[in-house]
Design a protein around this ligand. Structure first.
Ligand code: ADP
Length: 626
């Protein structure tokens, strides 16, 4: 070893990863060539962009291409690119550590995924290490576009790597894979050619295999839609998204005004984020006149569309715009708006064409649409159309749109109602839907904690206010259903006004530490009581979510805001309580507190279980006749 060689240990996580790669089954070993070529293509794109924005570029005259050389005798496969190259520091860090290893579960997930399907390795941003599937040693010779001295990185993948200065290199990177004994087919031209054709046909630079160009360089998105086959689209999706699944949706559109746009966007089948991979990087690349300006661009689409894969190309962007300048570029902002609106419109159209298919997409990616609806005011109208929820008039597991709801609204109904609960069954057994059922008014069931935030942010749909049914000031319209013939019977049986007033003042006093107010309900049908929110903005569900996040942060309980208790003057327990309150105040207090706790539980809110169970036994004791 020369004096200028330094040896480094791989980062612990990289070691484990290499272990997985080296020891996994190699049914799909071809993938390593795709990964190396894809890295080369990235490096070439980066160089092309840098050379547009910088004056001082090393080896500027070298053509942008990828060359593959094979040596059957020495069992070598060499992939050379004239891309951006790596400095000594970059070699050490890019090829010694794993960039995206933030989450603890990363390696476990990765190991599982890679063992199932090696193809997935690229999705984890660790494609380079796939070289060790076929290589007993891997040598990386690289020289950066800044012209600093070149270096060689060398490793057998077992635990360490070395870096040595190497003179006389051209700009770019050469990767020399010394093939394992059982991987020598990768030094054969026909084998490598078939792999390149299969996986890398969309690489936008010539790939020369032993002097012969084996790919056709083309920008698929600039071609005419009618000339592109389904297979070409799917292959392109796999290429641009580093994906193995098939896309569920595809939008290929061109526009001339207000901006020149050529976009090809795909929605994948799988949502890797929910599979525990942590927050994913955006998957759409920004091009200008077919030149990649910003890969995995954070600027071209809002963050909540990060699950999309594809390309946006606009000739209106200045070619030499730097990546930093993209962020506050007005043109980019305009482009983002146009593309986002177009995509959301497309989704809405697709949903109308084939609701089944859309619901499948919704069950996988609905969470991103909801994220958009809670965080982005700009697209609320469009996002509102894409939301789906179960409702009292939907079948179980078949959510409906707000537009469907509006179509079914009763003539005198002006608001859209919703109520949160952990399940359909829990909501339907609870007090909030009683009057809706009776009056035959549809009510939306928000079954996820985020849903109330979504609807509360959205505030209205199609000019109709969105209102949570646990609001204190809710007024339910007369009815469209005509199911209330029995109202009059019940009227007769209900507590006299005077008795009700006296019960209310007693309850206010008894529950003064618990509630803001006690009210005689106009909307309870059977249940004795329910909790409603005087704060029109917060629903009980939102409050529960915020309390949980406070608890998670160790901030302790803040008790939430005070609620109102509505009591049902027709309910036998309430009627009896009006008398009991005078006869046996102690016992009546226990019953009142128990009614309050029960109502809190039905609202999904927290009660003190110890206190409640003790009180409950006391009441049971008396009921048994002790
Ligand atoms: P990813 O490409 O997904 O970031 P890899 O493990 O494949 O992950 O590569 C790690 C990093 O090494 C790349 O991000 C890039 O910075 C650098 N790199 C890999 N191959 C090349 C190459 N041929 N030219 C320049 N840089 C490269």
């Amino acid at each position: 070893m020369s004096d200028k060689t330094k040896t480094y240990e791989f980062q612990a996580e990289t070691k484990k990863l290499l272990d997985i790669v080296i020891n996994s089954l190699y049914t799909e070993r071809d993938v390593f060539i795709r990964e190396l070529i894809s890295n080369s293509a990235d490096a070439l794109e980066k160089f092309r962009h840098e050379s547009l924005t910088s004056e001082d570029v090393f080896d500027d005259h070298v053509p942008l291409e990828i060359t593959i050389d094979l040596d059957e005798e020495k069992h070598l496969l060499t992939i050379t690119d004239t891309g951006i190259g790596m400095t000594r520091d970059e070699l050490e860090h890019n090829l010694g550590t794993i960039a995206h290893s933030g989450s603890n579960t990363f390696l476990t997930e990765l190991a599982e995924a890679v063992q199932k399907d090696v193809n997935l390795i690229g999705q984890f941003g660790v494609g380079f290490y796939a070289a060790f599937m076929a290589g007993k040693s891997v040598r990386v010779q690289s020289r950066s576009w800044d012209g600093s001295e070149g270096h060689e990185w060398l490793s057998d993948g077992s635990g360490s790597f070395s870096i040595t200065e190497l003179e006389g290199l051209r700009r770019g990177t050469k990767i020399i894979v010394e093939l394992k004994d059982d991987a020598q087919e990768y030094a054969q031209k026909f084998k490598v050619e078939s792999v390149v054709k299969r996986y890398s046909s969309f690489v936008p630079f010539p790939i020369k295999l032993e002097g012969e160009t084996v790919n056709t360089v083309q920008a698929l998105w600039t071609r005419n839609r009618s000339e592109i086959s389904e297979d070409e689209y799917t292959e392109f999706y796999k290429f641009v998204g580093n994906a193995v699944d098939e896309p569920v949706y595809r939008l290929h559109f061109t526009a001339d005004a207000p901006l020149m746009i050529n976009a090809l966007l795909f929605a994948p089948k799988e949502n890797f984020e929910v599979l525990g991979f942590g927050k994913m990087d955006p998957g759409v690349n920004l091009y200008c006149q077919r030149i990649l300006i910003d890969q995995h661009s954070k600027n071209i689409l809002p963050e909540w569309l990060r699950f999309l894969k594809g390309v946006v190309d606009s000739e209106d962007l200045p070619l030499n715009i730097s990546r930093q300048a993209l962020q506050d570029n007005a043109l980019v902002a305009k482009l983002r708006k146009v593309v986002t609106k177009r995509f959301l419109k497309y989704l809405d159209e697709e949903a109308k064409k084939d609701e089944e298919k859309y619901l499948e997409f919704w069950s996988t990616f609905g969470i991103f649409i909801k994220e958009g609806a809670t965080s982005d005011y700009e697209y609320q109208k469009e996002l509102g159309k894409l939301l789906r929820f179960e409702s009292s008039k939907s079948d179980k597991g078949k959510p409906v749109s707000l537009a469907d709801y509006v179509l079914r609204m009763n003539p005198d109904q002006e608001e859209i109602y919703y109520i949160n609960g952990p399940s359909r069954a829990a909501i339907e057994a609870g007090p909030y839907v009683e009057m809706f059922r009776k009056k035959d008014i549809e009510i939306i069931y928000t079954l996820e904690p985020i849903d109330d935030f979504v609807l509360s942010h959205l505030a209205e749909f199609d000019g109709k206010k969105l209102v949570s049914a646990d609001r204190a000031d809710l007024s339910i319209p007369e009815s469209g259903g005509g199911k209330d013939e029995d109202t009059d019977d019940k009227e007769e049986q209900k507590l006299e006004d005077e008795a009700a007033d006296s019960l209310v003042s007693w309850l206010k006093e008894t529950l003064k530490d618990q509630v803001a107010d006690v009210i005689v309900s106009k909307r309870l049908v059977d249940a004795p009581a329910m909790i409603v929110n005087p704060d029109g903005y917060m629903t009980s569900s939102m409050e529960r979510v915020l309390a949980a996040s406070r608890a998670e942060k160790g901030l302790g309980l803040d008790g939430g805001s005070r609620k109102n208790l509505e009591i049902n003057p027709k309910n036998p327990i309430i009627k009896r309580l009006a008398e009991l309150q005078k006869e046996d105040t102690d016992f009546a207090s226990d019953v009142a507190l128990q009614i309050y706790d029960n109502a809190m539980i039905q609202a999904g809110l927290v009660v003190d279980p110890l206190v409640m169970v003790e009180r409950n036994y006391k009441i049971l004791n008396r009921a048994i006749g002790d």
